[in-house]
Design a binder for this molecule. Sequence first.
Ligand code: GLC
Ligand code: CA
Length: 554
Amino acid sequence: MKKKWWHDKVAYQIYPKSFYDSNGDGIGDIPGIISKLDYLQDLGVDIIWLSPCYPSPLADQGYDISDYYNIDPRFGTMEDMEQLIAEAKKRNMYILMDLVVNHCSDEHEWFRKACEEPEGKYGNFFYLRDKDEEKLPTNWRSYFGGPVWEDLPGTNKQYLHVFHKKQPDLNWENPELREEVYKNINWWLEKGLGGFRIDAIINIKKALPLRDYEPDREDGLCSIHKMLKEAKGIGEFLGEMRDRTFKKYDAFSVGEVFNEKPEEIPDFIGDDGYFSSMFDFNETIFGQSEKGWYDAKPITPDDYKNCCFDAQEKAGNIGFLSNIIENHDEPRGVSRYIPEGDCCIESKKMLAALNFMLRGLPFIYQGQELGMENVPFTSIEQVDDISTLDEYRVALDAGLSPEEALKVAARYSRDNARTPMQWSDAPHAGFTTGTPWLDVNPNYTEINAAAQQEDSGSVRNFYKKLIALRKNPEYKDTVVYGSLEPVWREQHNLMAYYRKGDSTLLVIGNYQKEEQTVTLPAPYQKILLNNYPDTAEKNSEITLHGYQVLILEM
Ligand code: GLC
Ligand code: CA
């Protein structure tokens, strides 16, 4: 594997709307991010991925872009963005923006022109079909519910949207559209961006000609996945995009890639892959059901372990996965991956270490470093996210009571991750002096950055130690490039693995509240990290406390 500048880095995702509000309007902004760069540097972060801050009607919180060359005034100005890039650079940090080009907003100029002249140049930027009163062009269900077809205003046509109706899909088959995308990427890279996180990219290739598939719910529609499975040739688009943009700048790119086939991994993230890296969503998608959230199966510690190891095995030495515990589309990882009732400082640290020490690039989502938890929603009125509202309705339609449906919505809601960052125990968690756009999690008086920065035993300080270990010249090569070998894989509620490089590290996590004993194959040399003040050991036997995690040098 060729070595790359970003391999040894640590990345951090910012959801701008909820990170830090500098002017009291209740919305996080770019000047707010700039003022927190020192906080991130202190943690050890090198790469910052910003969720979209381009002009947008915010139908899907910025993932519906109406101008790819600007900054939404709610988030700041282009000068602010340039200053952010410059301030980051001063601290040896890199800024990534979000590249959202499967679709744009229906308020984008291209779409407006397509409505005015569907047969003209911009009509061909989208998927348009003649409207037939009797039948939709295809029976696909959009990710956010309902059919993917919507009337094209002022015409007798319909347009395709695999996400929300305010997110019309762009037609990647059209070379003119692709040129526009590359021009935009290069324009930003010229400004000094480190690269991009690439949104929903797997959707850009449709199976042509468009057709119906077997319906899978009462609504007579079918999941988009059925079409995506048949779509061949995405590599041509992705390879062209890489050559025309990222490659020229040695930029970093990380793809939001779902459902890849094992044989595609070299194409995606091998030495000359389409992307530098792609997220491992094995744990995220575990237990998902075609029927909806209400039918999802919760993940157990053993499932978690197997998901991680399977992904590691698939990526092997081919390339670098990007490892996450959560992101802006998921509930908080500590609430999801730690069995109910066991979420505590120790278990949060255990989860952190088990994930962080995997081979690949660690991504931390804002607040994850504090062990931020899911929100105790008591009413669906508290939810803003369109996807949660849809899943709530799907659960009701399936016959769940409103209380049960709320429980389902609360468990998986994207808003769990979107509540404001908890900076301090000041009102609204110190996020804003005004009224936050989304309520803060009431636990901010206990879980907040200010308190954790003071406390050497905090989750945040544990993350800091994990990051420091990744950067420690003595262990860096092993942590970054060493191979990963599972140990005691069959042992229930235990996740353990070697990282082998110049040195040999053994990571052991007792994934339960009861004690558990392991027998080391050889004596260890040093404890590099421990989430307890002690270890109970006798000869080569270690009895781990509940949720104890150890990183040992062998
Ligand atoms: C990605 C984003 C998500 C968004 C969707 C549509 O999955 O992460 O937030 O809703 O794409 O752009
Ligand atoms: Ca603001």
